[in-house]
Write a protein that binds this ligand. Structure first.
Ligand code: NOJ
Length: 717
């Protein structure tokens, strides 16, 4: 099928067939489907008939080669023009081999492994018949009350953008020629990660400057990497719902950025223009969304029921509809569906690839690189000693995290299973549930703990306490679990807390009562193995937080790259009272962005800078020597931050500009060189121009965003 044939096909289509292409329905609507398709939003009566379903353009949430082939076959038998269906699914951090949640992957700072995780996810999904993955989610998030922070790689613009690219490369590769690839859909456009109060689907209101400075770059990075699709966001943005926001999508995304791929609404978001109060009825909603640039309407039927009428009334032109249909047909063509509607769906290869030892090994490696060591008072690594493992996550399979609908508990390696490979006589007890407990279960855990030399306490949030619609106003670990930890600590033995959660939590009490704290996040299918590797020192922890851990929920949002205010607390002439501060909490996060410990210790030499001035054509070289001062080989993530001291708009106190992950043998020293170019010093000006200003800058290098050395330099014209 070539472009000319595609246009001919479009010309042959009736209005009904065209609007059908714009409708996406979940699996249960289709003949040949089991009714067990993945449902990820509210189901409502859509007022559509069998004919509408025959015309539908795409399917949401189906999986399994047999199932998908069946649906496609049955569908094509009744499709007048033989236009194949597109199958889309949320393959967010793995398909059946589940990788750590994206926030955890963010803490690996490892682009190669992140790309590989998406490549494996794509391969498993592709042989299962999926064509498009609704990932990556790149919404910048600074508010851990929002449950979906686990879906993004964190709070930093540069790190998120770098990961966005890696994920798109992994999913898509060269979509038209590589085997086992799926198209990637970046989401949620735009600024979905900044809902007021951290409450999901809530209002977002921010200046265009902030949007362009912090929130848009990661979406743009994904598109620069060739990402085929974009999904709208549920939130309003400056008073207009994203899904009907013409300025955002028609003007910025399509015209300014030149995006000509498929734009899909989020689940039900077109019809949600009604409760938002910007459309009086479905017809108005359809008109707004299509004019704004939305091609596919997911799981509501405003388009299919009203577009023809809108065209007849002259409210929208058929050209506008044709444009959207052509984009969808073009994606189908790119995926080769006209020649082979089943693409890579293959039952034999499903058996061969899914959960293969190679995929499991990659999941184990990435999980171990995502686990962050937050505290260690000489307790870890564990030896072959008498160990008790207590807490509700000790034997839990709920460690895959949200968006792991295809991952199965029976394929999941739990923490106790992983640890038993190191100590066969591990003592285990739950101690309590996630939110409830009893004296009996508590005592069982205490009795087991009494028999041990060291105790590991596995605590956290159930996976449905984060993710979509998983906002929390209290971000502490449920009290019953903290009580368990305190009781265990009273035994006076070394205690290691291992945390399973989807967001930065308020963990002050855990930090106080445990001698070592390990942030496991939701580590995925191989979680138990990866954690045991870390706990017993087979793998030396190397991850660093990609999102700050607040001191308390009252500080939220608290993020490292904030501005100075006119009354900074730490200014040399700061007053006692009239400064920007909390009376009852520090300004700083409990654990800053970029923070994470290792079993090795690293010493940084004095920072060197190649010159005191730089120009556009003469970049600076920043160098530092890092020495592993311990007897254990390890990895360190060396981070480079910059501050523009005087700008036309305020500049963050620090902005991550680069980093290097280095491996150092015991006692080894390595020189790390960074290049600073003029391009890295650009920022969004008051007129929205992205450029640099001549003047003075400060550069910082260190092992986290707080613990740094600095030097100054001047950019001259
Ligand atoms: C709603 C979610 O917001 C989105 O991320 C997801 O891709 C869709 N549902 C489809 O499942």
């Amino acid at each position: 099928m070539n472009d000319h044939q595609l246009k001919e096909l479009l010309n042959e289509m009736t209005l009904e067939e065209k609007t059908g292409q714009l409708m996406q329905l979940a699996t249960p609507f289709f003949k040949g489907a089991s009714d067990s398709g993945q449902i990820t939003g509210p189901m409502q009566d859509m007022g559509i008939n069998d004919k509408d379903i025959i015309n539908a353009g795409s399917v949401l949430g189906a999986s399994g080669a047999k199932e998908i082939k069946n649906i496609q076959k049955k569908y094509l038998e009744s499709s007048r023009l033989n236009i194949p269906l597109l199958f889309m699914s949320d393959i967010v951090h793995g398909f059946k081999t589940i990788f750590p949640v994206p926030l955890a992957i963010g803490c690996s700072w490892d682009m190669e492994l992140a790309e590989k995780s998406a490549e494996i996810a794509a391969k498993e999904a592709a042989v299962s018949g999926v064509h498009v993955s609704f990932a990556p989610m790149v919404d910048l998030s600074r508010d851990p009350r929002w449950g979906r922070v686990m879906e993004s790689t964190g709070e930093d613009v540069f790190l998120n953008s770098t990961f966005a690219r890696a994920f798109v490369r992994g999913f898509q590769g060269n979509l038209e020629s590589d085997k086992y690839k799926v198209a990637s859909c970046v989401k949620h456009f735009a600024a979905y990660g900044a809902p007021e109060g951290g409450r999901d689907y809530n209002t977002v209101d921010m200046s265009e400057w902030m949007l362009r400075e912090s929130y848009l770059p990661a979406y743009k990075a994904a598109l620069d990497e060739g990402c085929e699709m974009v999904m709208t966001a549920f939130n309003i943005l400056n008073g207009i719902p994203s899904t009907g926001n013409k300025a955002l999508m028609r003007d910025l995304l399509r015209k300014e950025w030149g995006f000509d791929g498929v734009l899909i609404s989020d689940w039900g978001a077109v019809k949600e223009l009604l409760p938002h109060g910007v459309a009086a009825n479905e017809k108005e909603a359809a008109e707004q969304a299509l004019k704004a640039g939305v091609d596919i309407e997911m799981m509501t039927s405003c388009y299919v029921n009203h577009l023809s009428e809108l065209i007849e009334e002259g409210k929208i032109t058929e050209d506008l509809l044709d444009e959207a249909v052509l984009r969808i047909l073009t994606l189908k063509k790119k995926l080769g569906l006209f020649e082979n509607p089943h693409r890579f769906a293959n039952e034999e290869e499903e058996k061969e690839f899914i959960l293969s030892s190679e995929h499991r090994a990659a999941a184990r490696e990435l999980a171990s690189k995502s686990i962050v060591l937050l505290k260690n008072e000489k307790v870890l690594p564990l030896k072959k000693e008498k160990i008790a493992l207590v807490g509700p996550f000790s034997m839990s399979t709920d460690i895959l995290g949200p968006w792991s609908w295809a991952g199965a508990p029976e394929d999941t390696i739990t923490l106790d299973q992983g640890m038993k490979n190191y100590v066969a006589d591990l003592l285990t007890a739950d101690g309590c549930d996630i939110e409830t407990g009893s004296e009996k279960t508590l005592q069982e855990a205490v009795e087991k703990a009494k028999q041990a030399d060291k105790i590991v306490v596995a605590l956290g949030e159930r996976s449905d306490m984060s993710g979509e619609a998983g906002s929390r106003a209290d971000i502490r670990i449920p009290e019953v679990q903290v009580d368990l930890l305190k009781k265990i600590k009273e035994l006076g033995k070394p205690v290691v807390a291992v945390l399973f959660n989807g967001r930065p939590l308020d963990i002050k009490e855990v930090m106080e009562h445990a001698d070592a704290v390990v942030e496991a996040w939701y580590p995925g299918t191989e979680g138990g193995h990866a954690l045991a590797d870390i706990l017993f020192g087979k793998v030396n922890p190397s991850a660093k937080l990609s999102m700050s851990f607040p001191y308390s929920v009252g500080q939220v949002p608290v993020y490292y790259n904030h501005y100075n205010t006119g009354r900074p607390k730490d200014a040399p002439d700061a007053q006692v009272r009239y400064v920007s501060q909390y009376l009852d909490a520090p300004n700083e996060a409990l654990l800053p962005f970029g923070y994470g410990l290792s079993y090795s210790t690293f010493a940084y030499s004095t920072l060197e800078i190649s010159a005191e001035t730089m120009t556009k054509d003469e970049p600076l070289i920043i160098s530092i020597e890092v020495k592993n001062t311990s007897g254990t080989a390890g990895e360190e993530i060396v981070q480079l931050y910059v501050r523009d001291l005087i700008g036309q708009v305020v500049r963050p106190l620090k902005e991550l500009k680069d980093f290097q992950k280095i491996h150092l043998e015991a006692g080894e020293t390595q020189q790390v060189n960074f290049t600073i170019t003029e391009e890295q010093l650009r920022y969004i000006h008051p007129d929205m121009e992205y450029k640099s200003d001549a003047g003075e800058f400060e550069v910082f290098v260190g092992g986290n965003s707080q613990d740094v050395q600095s030097k100054r330099f001047t950019l001259i014209d």
